[in-house]
Design a protein around this ligand. Structure first.
Ligand code: NAP
Ligand code: G4F
Length: 344
């Protein structure tokens, strides 16, 4: 019998890659989409539309929202999934400072609502639960972070995710639900949301190269991140749910670059040589023709910043037999190619 998966957040970056990954593994995949005024299914339209023409359908979309506990319970009851992936979130750290209550409702209570539905429906024996945790929960106080590094979130986003992390453990320990946390470091892809820094840089520099844009405005370019590719990370997410016993895993590349490094590497792939001048908000990047293409805008600085993230994923590499196939150069090339050849 085919396994049934239910993905909250299927219209997002990871949800779209995970849905495609699970369909290849012969799952029946159900995804939850929010009602929005403009269509928000663009990342999964290829699998959704394709399947309209086929006789057997394995990919289904349902309306739902993590703020609506009754709808979550009804959907889980109707679908009776073997695996639930909670990837839905208000996932933008900077926005969480503007919308702290909303972010907490969706990210923290949303996870609780799913767990409560599993418990109320007595699906402990049938349904495994994955919670999308984040390196933001660490806050960047240690040089390298792993599963037993103390948490110290620095944003409403990180704090809301820490509640979700602990309530997932709590339901595992209290009710014997297979409930597992991934603690994923930054992962990017062509499908990354446009306001995250990597997509903004790649998109911006490609548009500058094509003479469609003059300049990109950024915030703290000295923040350091451990960037991987979403394709590798959704495989790890699936592996976390294939274990006999639920556990928590750090997923990371183990390599760290600053935002400024990311800009320089992207530029070099595009044949742009950047020269930097000035300091702080006066810092600027010029191309080889002397044109200013990068400026700093203080509106992109956050009230509190996670300055450094670098993960040690040796537990996942050993116990899940997982390792990433993409490095930073392959990731950036993939993102650049997409900007050049898709919808342009
Ligand atoms: P994303 O692209 O922002 O996708 C988030 C998804 O959640 C979208 O499908 C979004 O729907 C949905 N969503 C938002 N609010 C919702 C609500 N109220 N009810 C139901 N669905 C809602 O995020 P991502 O990069 O794929 O990340 C997936 C998950 O992993 C998130 O929980 C994120 O916090 C976490 N995470 C991400 C990273 C990373 O580097 N990407 C690292 C660690 C953890 P719309 O499409 O309608 O907006
Ligand atoms: O791309 P970012 O917005 O990602 P951030 O804040 O690290 O969060 C992402 O990764 C987390 C995992 O660690 C996820 F949980 C979370 O959902 C999200 O996917 O910013 C990366 C860095 C930050 O230090 C930010 O201050 O880039 C810096 N930055 C500099 N200029 C900028 C900008 N970030 C954004 N978004 N936009 C800028 O113009």
């Amino acid at each position: 019998m085919k396994k049934k998966a239910l993905i909250f957040g299927v219209t997002g970056q990871d949800g779209a890659y995970l849905a495609k990954f699970l369909l290849k593994k012969k799952y029946i995949v159900h995804g939850i989409k929010r009602r929005t005024s403009s269509i928000n299914t663009v990342r999964v339209d290829d699998i959704y539309l394709d399947l309209h023409t086929k006789k057997d359908k394995y990919f289904f979309l349902h309306y739902g929202d993590l703020s609506d506990g009754t709808s979550i319970l009804n959907l889980i009851n109707k679908i009776q999934p073997n695996e639930i992936y909670n990837l839905a979130a208000q996932s933008h750290v900077a926005v969480s400072f503007e919308l702290p209550e909303y972010t907490s409702n969706i990210n923290a209570l949303g996870a609780l609502r799913i767990l409560e539905a599993i418990r109320a429906l007595k699906l402990e024996k049938k349904t495994k639960f994955y919670q999308a945790g984040t390196s933001e929960m660490f806050g960047g106080y240690n040089k390298i972070q792993k599963e037993n590094t103390p948490f110290h979130p620095k944003s409403p986003y990180g704090t809301s995710k820490l509640f979700a992390h602990w309530i997932t453990k709590n339901y595992r320990e209290s009710y014997n639900i297979f409930a597992a946390n991934g603690i994923l470091f930054n992962h990017e892809s062509p499908l990354r949301g446009e306001t995250f820094v990597t997509k903004k840089i790649v998109n911006g520099l490609v548009n500058i190269k094509q003479k469609k844009l003059n300049c990109i405005y950024l915030g703290n370019i000295y923040a350091k991140r451990d960037w991987g590719h979403a394709i590798d990370y959704v495989e790890a997410i699936w592996k976390i749910l294939q274990r006999k016993k639920a556990d928590d895993f750090v997923i990371s590349s183990g390599n760290q670059y600053s935002v400024k490094n990311f800009i320089n590497i992207t530029a070099s792939h595009l044949g742009i040589k950047i020269t930097w001048t000035g300091k702080g908000i006066k810092e600027k990047g010029y191309d080889q023709h002397g044109k200013c293409i990068i400026k700093i805008d203080k509106k992109y600085f956050r009230p509190n910043e996670v300055n450094t993230l670098l993960g040690n994923s040796s537990k996942a590499r050993k116990q899940l037999n997982w390792k990433p196939k993409f490095n930073i150069n392959k990731l950036i090339k993939d993102m650049i190619n997409y900007e050049y050849f898709n919808d342009k």
